[in-house]
Design a protein around this ligand. Structure first.
Ligand SMILES: *Cc1c(COP(=O)(O)O)cnc(C)c1O
Length: 436
């Protein structure tokens, strides 16, 4: 399968090139040239299949021409060595718990898949001697998922750029204490500054001649596409639990819009989801776009759902591309919402009190959108994208309890923080990379 650029000014490339390059030469995002339809028979059996088996079928349909099946199967099975259960919360509303991986957030899925695929391609291309440098900008969870996904993978070095003082201590500990092939760079600026540094690095000819650079942000097809696996698994679990699957609505807490875009492609492959909700915090550029038809990026503002504090979502280009730039077509399948920190907190407190289910601030945005917008004949699934303990101080203050930190998370807090401090200008970042 070939991959084209959403900007359309550069030739199509192979999966390997799309994964290694991350961003197209014309600064567009890669998209698969075809979106294959899965056979009906697959959906008849899906309720009896495991997460790994479902994911392998979906992966093989997308990547089967490019990777031999035994290797692809290993990659999928190693990536998904944890469960993604669908839990009933209230009435016709279900939580897809994406936080059972090593860093307790959904980004583990894409990061683990990409690390293994990149390791495989690098070995094919360069044998055991080659070195790929992964640059990743994070507003919190990406950095930890990518760093842990790549930790110890031979032939790959990871540089994590994060905005100083703008991620939680627990998030920070997950990528600043690892050592080995992982370097954390503490940028005096915002997440958008970090993302701009990474983008500039990819466009810098001298730097690219000096070292092989690639991205692990949600723009990379190897991170973004595997996120569709669990939408299929959510459907399978509803079926298995004997629930109504005729009008499924999925609400996705959205920042850079990689997660929801993967779901949209899953629908194109035949997954029977009726409609999507793109749930926003106060960084509601997409919500404004739905309302007005005009896309106006803005500097991000800090919220308690900080992994969604994105002022110019990269994957918006993919959404536009999927719907051939038709605002009408986009509005027919996706609705939006926007909530303040107060509303997010209120939803967490109320849901915990009434149902016993503890939402994290990101999942709470999506859950509230179901509470407000789900019809009686619909079945709502929201993506619970991170474990609440990742935002412990926020969550504790809201529910008035001292919530337990899972052992997996507590282990990160034991390590020593090691970072490289950096300003937000490109010159110093380039100098640093040239010297490593
Ligand atoms: C990254 C992240 C999001 C946003 O996902 P996108 O794919 O960028 O839209 C939501 N919730 C959590 C916990 C995240 O880490």
């Amino acid at each position: 399968m070939k991959y084209y650029s959403t900007n359309g000014n550069t030739p199509d490339v192979s999966l390997q090139t799309a994964v290694v390059k991350g961003l197209a030469a014309d600064r567009g995002l890669f998209m698969p040239e075809r979106i294959p339809l899965l056979p009906k028979a697959f959906f008849n059996n899906i309720g009896e299949m495991s997460l790994q088996d479902i994911s392998y079928v979906v992966a093989n349909t997308l990547f089967g021409d490019d990777i031999e099946s035994a290797t692809l199967k290993d990659i999928v099975y190693e990536t998904l060595n944890f469960d993604i259960p669908l839990k009933h919360v209230a009435d016709n509303k279900y939580s897809l718990e994406l936080f059972h991986g090593p860093t307790l957030a959904f980004k583990d899925v894409g990061a683990r898949f990409m690390a293994r695929l990149l390791g495989y391609f690098n070995k094919q291309q360069n044998g055991n001697g080659g070195m790929v440098n992964v640059l990743v900008a994070t507003s919190g969870d990406t950095g930890s998922a990518v760093a842990n996904g790549f930790l110890g993978v031979p032939g790959v070095r990871v540089f994590v750029l994060y905005p100083k003082g703008k991620v939680s201590l627990i998030q920070e500990a997950q990528f600043t204490t690892l050592g080995k092939n992982i370097t954390a760079i503490e940028v005096d600026g915002t997440f958008d500054d970090c993302q701009a540094l990474v983008k500039s690095a990819f466009m810098d000819e001298e730097l690219n001649a000096h070292m092989m650079l690639t991205s692990a942000n949600s723009i990379n097809v190897a991170r973004f596409l595997p996120q569709m696996f669990y939408y299929f698994y959510a459907y399978a679990q509803l079926l298995k639990q004997g629930k109504d699957v005729s009008n499924i609505v999925v609400s996705v807490p959205s920042g850079n819009f990689g997660n929801i875009t993967a779901g949209l492609i899953g629908k194109r492959m035949g997954l029977p989801i009726k409609r999507f909700i793109a749930a926003n915090n106060r960084n509601d550029i997409f919500f404004q776009y739905l309302n007005t038809g005009v896309y106006t990026p803005k500097p991000s503002v800090a919220t308690i759902a900080n992994a969604m504090d994105v002022g110019d979502p990269s994957n918006f280009a993919r959404v536009l591309d999927l719907y051939k730039h038709s605002h009408e077509a986009i509005c027919a399948e996706i609705s939006g919402c926007t909530y303040t920190d107060e509303q997010i907190g209120e939803t967490m407190a109320k849901t915990y009190k009434e149902t016993g289910y503890l939402l994290d601030p990101h999942g709470a945005v999506a859950y509230r959108s179901l509470e407000e917008g789900l019809a009686e004949n619909e079945t709502g699934i929201f993506l619970e994208t991170a474990h609440p303990a990742k935002f412990k101080s926020t969550v504790d203050a809201i529910i008035g309890e001292d919530i337990e930190i899972p052992a997996k998370l507590a282990a990160f807090m034991q390590g020593d923080k090691q970072t490289v401090e950096m300003g937000s200008g490109f010159a110093s970042f380039k100098k640093f990379l040239m010297s490593v």
